[in-house]
Design a protein. Structure first.
Length: 91
C-alpha cells in the first residue's frame, strides 16, 4: 500500500527550483511512476507526510504561523557594465 494519499484538487502551487542528489532524483521519479502521479505531487505529499510526524516541528509551527518563505529579490538592475557584457557575449 503506498504511503502517499490520493490527490487533492484545487490547491495553489508555488514554484521552487532546487537540486537533488542523483540517487534521490532517480528514486523520486521511480515512485512517481509507481503511483502514476507527477513528481511535484509526490514531493508535496512526502513533505506533508514526513513533517506531520515531527511533533516538535508541528508545535513550533503552530506557535509561528507566519510565512517563512524568503521574500523574492526585486528585479536586478542592469548597469552599463552588465549591459556591455551582454552585448559583447551576444555579438
Amino acid at each position: 500500500m503506498p504511503l502517499i494519499k490520493p490527490r487533492t484538487r484545487g490547491k495553489e502551487f508555488a514554484r521552487l527550483i532546487t537540486r537533488l542528489e542523483h540517487e534521490t532524483n532517480e528514486t523520486l521519479h521511480a515512485y512517481a511512476q509507481f503511483l502514476g502521479e507527477p513528481v511535484e505531487y509526490v514531493l508535496n505529499q512526502l513533505i506533508d507526510t514526513v513533517l506531520a510526524k515531527d511533533k516538535e516541528f508541528v508545535t513550533w509551527r503552530a506557535a509561528n504561523p507566519q510565512s517563512c518563505v524568503p521574500r523574492p529579490r526585486g528585479p536586478r538592475k542592469r548597469t552599463a557594465a552588465s549591459a556591455a557584457r551582454s552585448f559583447a557575449v551576444g555579438a
